[in-house]
Design a binder for this molecule. Structure first.
Ligand SMILES: Nc1nc2c(ncn2[C@@H]2O[C@H](COP(=O)(O)OP(=O)(O)O)[C@@H](O)[C@H]2O)c(=O)[nH]1
Ligand SMILES: [Mg+2]
Length: 394
């Protein structure tokens, strides 16, 4: 549903885009909101703006408190990323999130039958086959989290900021109800776990050039002219806009406000050791119907942990590439974790920029090759488990 904003709102939006500091941005957003009419089509936008305003506000408050030296910073909103990927652990209270943290990571969290005992995000590192996942336990989700209940802005902010999410359910209670509640709260804060059919990317770093729209996909309910008119109405006169897949005019507007983000997700059904759990797991799998991976486990009995590691690796689409010094017989044992589809070029750049300048060739050992090792160039596409030896001029 389109927002159909009045021209005054469009003018105010230009000030949001032009803001230099968080405070300026927050003030401009508050001003902008005054001109956004209340109707069904603007609900999403209003919600998102309020969320952003409250995030900036609590950040500024925290800085102020720390600046004057009075009291401690309040709940931590974001956790510094560590390891190869950050995963937000999301679930209702008492499903076993803290238990999963103690079973898989080095973190010291408290497992208790008391509901809502984890108020702040708690990070821990989980090692899986040489990849380090940073798991962050988020405060429990409940109905109304997206509107800020029970530290909801912390929980959903974490999900938005992470590289992926674990949706954790208690299999001894109705898992479908829990999943629907979590997905509804995530969706209200515009964090989606199912791949969108299309993508709109707006690159605003091209001030001074003309507006360029590159269409590789299909516009479902509008023409190119309408897309251009919409962008210009928000004063986007010098951006590069890439549209791929199936896209609606609504998606273009979403992209202008940077509202929707997509996160890879793994569903975890916990407490498989309890009665009813097996039957509930069957219902859950039927309901999810292969759209997301479902891992069953018992944190208490420590089963299903291996499967979780594998599912995370697959959903995040990362690969492990091992390197070896020329002349050495063994690889270093510490892989580089790269995005699937990465090439020798990406790997070399990752090791050292100078290495790329002096690159001669690489030797690759891989199961899929008929002869090992194979001499390759920068364009060679790597796969999980490949071993590489890079030869340079110096
Ligand atoms: N039977 C069973 N109980 C579990 C399991 N995992 C957690 N629990 C229990 O569920 C309760 C809540 O666990 P906790 O990890 O604190 O949940 P959180 O609120 O999601 O962090 C505790 O009493 C745990 O002992 C499990 O796999 N099986
Ligand atoms: Mg907990």
């Amino acid at each position: 549903m389109p927002t159909n904003l009045p021209p005054e709102a469009m003018d105010k939006w230009e000030l949001v885009e032009a803001a230099h500091t968080p405070k300026e941005k927050m003030d401009a957003m508050i001003e902008f909101l005054k001109y956004v009419p209340h109707h069904k089509g603007t609900m999403k936008l209003r919600g998102e703006m309020k969320r952003k305003i409250s995030l900036i506000r609590s950040d500024l408050d925290k800085k102020k408190r720390m600046g004057t030296g009075k009291g401690g910073g309040g709940p931590k909103l974001f956790i510094e990323k560590e390891g190869s990927a950050q995963i937000a652990l999301i679930g209702m209270t008492n499903v076993g999130k803290s238990c999963l943290m103690t079973a898989t990571t080095n973190s010291k969290v408290v497992v208790t039958p008391t509901p809502f005992s984890t108020h702040e995000p708690v990070p821990g590192i989980m090692n899986y086959k040489d990849v380090q996942f940073q798991i962050v336990e988020a405060p429990a989700v409940m109905e109304g989290s997206a509107d800020g209940r029970a530290a909801g802005h912390v929980t959903l902010g974490l999900a938005r900021n992470a590289d992926g999410v674990i949706l954790m359910l208690d299999l001894s209670r109705d898992p479908i109800e829990q999943l629907e509640l979590i997905l509804a709260e995530l969706e209200k804060s515009r964090v989606l776990v199912n791949k969108p059919s299309g993508k709109v990317e707006i690159d605003k770093r091209h001030a001074g050039t003309a507006l360029r729209i590159i269409l590789v996909g299909k516009l479902l309910d509008c023409s190119m002219q309408e897309v251009e008119d919409l962008l210009r109405s928000y004063k986007m006169n010098d951006a590069i806009v890439r549209i791929s897949g199936d896209v609606r005019l609504d998606d273009v507007e979403d992209a202008i406000f940077e509202t929707t983000t997509y996160k890879p997700a793994v569903i975890v059904g916990n407490k498989l050791d309890l009665p009813e759990a097996a039957a509930n797991l069957r219902h859950l799998k039927q309901y999810v119907n292969g759209k997301l991976p479902v891992i069953a486990m018992s944190c208490e009995e420590k089963t299903g942990l291996e499967e979780l590691g594998r599912a995370l690796l697959e959903s995040l689409k990362v690969i492990r590439v091992y390197t070896k010094e020329p002349g050495s017989r063994e690889d270093t044992g510490h892989p580089f974790v790269l995005k699937a589809g990465a090439t020798i070029n990406d790997l070399t750049k990752n090791i050292h920029k100078e290495m790329l300048e002096n690159f001669l060739f690489a030797m690759v050992w891989a199961k899929r090759l008929p002869f090992n090792p194979k001499k390759v160039g920068l364009a060679f596409v790597l796969q999980d488990g490949d071993i590489v030896e890079i030869h340079t001029r110096i």
